[in-house]
Design a protein around this ligand. Structure first.
Ligand code: NAD
Length: 487
């Protein structure tokens, strides 16, 4: 039994067993700044071993009836649910997010992801067509692709990985996955669940470590025909270029700079409340968070006043505290980046209405060295400013006024990203007129983060390519083949 202060050791999970690597990297608890885990620093050699295990497991797993695959996945979901508190605690400590959020969103939705795809695939049907003139019957079969490479980021570690793992394996693929080097511990807990659920050896293999080594080896491995990646746009550009000659299937879920467009006929109180959540939930470290708020001029001052008052009241601090709304940012380096945008805006003449540099942080002694930033609201800022154009991925949002519909659509669309948007209006015609014109994969009208897994999820422009969710995920993780029989 190790002492409480000994770091957790995160080993790779290959061929159904945990195995060590030559080197380990430090993983920090963002709320204290202390090293709390040593994570396998995997090399291309480790990735080779994982791919070999996944290739060995593929024939049997892919031929197993979908009902059997579904049964194992339901068991996985049940086990995660029964260990929800334990896994949420690890997720919060590793990522910095409030514990209540990890319980209510991250881990609960991980359970849902496994259950959803376990049952979804049971009802998936193939298409068929009879061509009378040719005496031919055509039908399609959906075949698993092979070994799927899954690469995920640090902001919603287990949730985002499970949204790839579940459709990949229910379709009969086997997997080599790499979570972010900064948030690997909950994934190790998941591997324990795979063992306990009786998932056959080699069906899911996890290699931990850096993107430029382990991640790059997955992307370039000739034994991995498809890669599902969630992360930054710059990383995706690099990945796409480095694997261009291999003709792999790619699904890319990338960054965002999401607008909220607020018309003066909105349900004001609901709008303010929800936009606070959409701007600052998970410390603003959700790819779907709002970071540009366009408010119609007639209600602009009223909105800014109400929004700033609520932002000031948000509790920032110990992720373990039930009253904490914003926990710690993922790393010291990321905190510096976020603060850099705020300082840059201030120097350029914008107004910092509240947050970093204005409202002091009051942290408990345990969290004095953590990576915290208060929810920050910026006004009097030009659309061309870096904080209005670039993804900050922290608790920072800008509020700007607009006059009319055409103008606000053009301004909302004036960034390179197109992931998600919020539209606030009680006018049904405007909803139908404006929503399709916004450059975004998802437009939430009078709400935010209401997710239906049947619907396609993904981005336009530099926010990604491909869609995840229901049939969109199963399409990606299968090859649909046409069989044509002449009678
Ligand atoms: P990142 O691109 O730095 O890393 C993502 C993953 O890619 C990590 O596992 C990392 O180790 C790996 N990686 C890095 N370099 C690699 C390489 N050369 N080859 C292979 N893998 C490599 O992103 P991040 O900082 O972890 O996550 C934040 C970003 O993710 C933000 O831009 C955010 O918007 C985006 N994101 C998007 C979605 C979405 O659904 N669209 C969801 C969550 C996060």
């Amino acid at each position: 039994m190790s002492a409480a202060s000994d770091p957790v050791i995160v080993n790779n999970f290959i061929d159904g067993d945990f195995c060590g690597t030559d080197e380990y990297l430090d993983s920090f608890d963002p709320s204290t700044g202390q090293v709390w885990a040593k994570v396998s620093n995997s090399s291309a050699k480790d990735v080779d071993k994982a791919v070999e295990a996944a290739q060995r497991a593929f024939p049997e797993w892919s031929e197993l009836p979908v009902e059997k695959r579904s049964e194992v996945m339901q068991k996985i979901a049940d086990l995660i649910e029964s260990r929800l508190d334990e896994i949420a605690e690890v997720e919060s400590k590793d990522q910095g997010k409030p514990l209540w959020l990890a319980k209510r969103v991250d881990i609960s939705r991980t359970v849902h992801n496994f259950r959803y795809f376990a049952t979804y695939a049971l009802h998936d049907v193939n298409s068929s067509k009879i061509q009378a003139g040719f005496n031919a019957t055509n039908y399609t079969v959906k075949c698993p692709v092979g070994v799927a490479g899954l690469i995920s980021p640090w902001n919603l570690p287990l949730y985002l990985l499970s949204f790839k793992l579940a459709p990949a394996i229910v379709c009969g693929n086997t997997v080599v996955a790499k979570p972010s080097e900064m948030t690997s511990v909950s994934c190790q807990k998941l591997c324990q669940v795979f063992q306990d659920a009786g998932l056959p050896k080699g069906v899911i293999n996890l290699v931990f470590g850096y993107g430029k080594t382990a991640g790059q080896a997955i992307v370039e491995h000739p034994g991995i025909p498809l890669v599902s990646f969630t992360g930054g746009t710059a990383t995706a550009e690099h990945i796409r270029r480095s694997a261009a000659h291999l003709c792999k299937k790619f699904s890319l879920e990338l960054g965002g700079k999401n607008p909220a467009i607020i018309f003066d006929d909105c349900n004001f109180d609901k709008c303010v409340e929800t936009t606070i959540r959409s701007s600052f939930m998970n410390q603003g470290e959700i790819c779907l968070c709002t970071s540009r708020i366009f408010v119609q001029r007639s209600i602009y001052s009223k909105f800014v006043e109400a929004f700033v008052e609520k932002a000031k009241a948000l509790t920032v601090g110990d992720p373990k505290d039930i009253n904490t709304f914003c926990g710690a940012l993922i790393s010291q380096q990321h905190r510096e980046k976020v603060v850099g945008y705020i300082e840059g805006a201030r120097k350029a003449g914008a107004t910092i209405k509240c947050g970093h540099g204005i409202t002091p942080l009051e942290l408990p002694p345990r969290c004095q060295n953590g990576y915290f930033v208060r929810p920050t609201v910026i006004t009097d800022v030009d659309d061309a400013a870096p904080c209005m154009k670039e993804e900050i991925f922290g608790p920072v949002t800008c509020i700007v006024p607009f006059d009319d519909e055409k103008e606000v659509i053009a301004r909302a669309n004036s960034v390179k990203y197109g992931l998600a948007a919020c539209l606030w209006t009680e006018n049904a015609s405007r909803v139908h007129r404006v929503s399709p014109k916004i450059d975004a994969g998802t437009v939430w009208v009078n709400c935010w983060l209401v997710r239906c897994l049947d619907m396609p999820f993904g981005g336009v422009k530099e926010s990604g390519s491909g869609r995840e969710g229901g049939k969109y995920s199963t399409e990606f993780f299968t090859e649909e083949k046409t069989i044509c029989i002449q009678h």
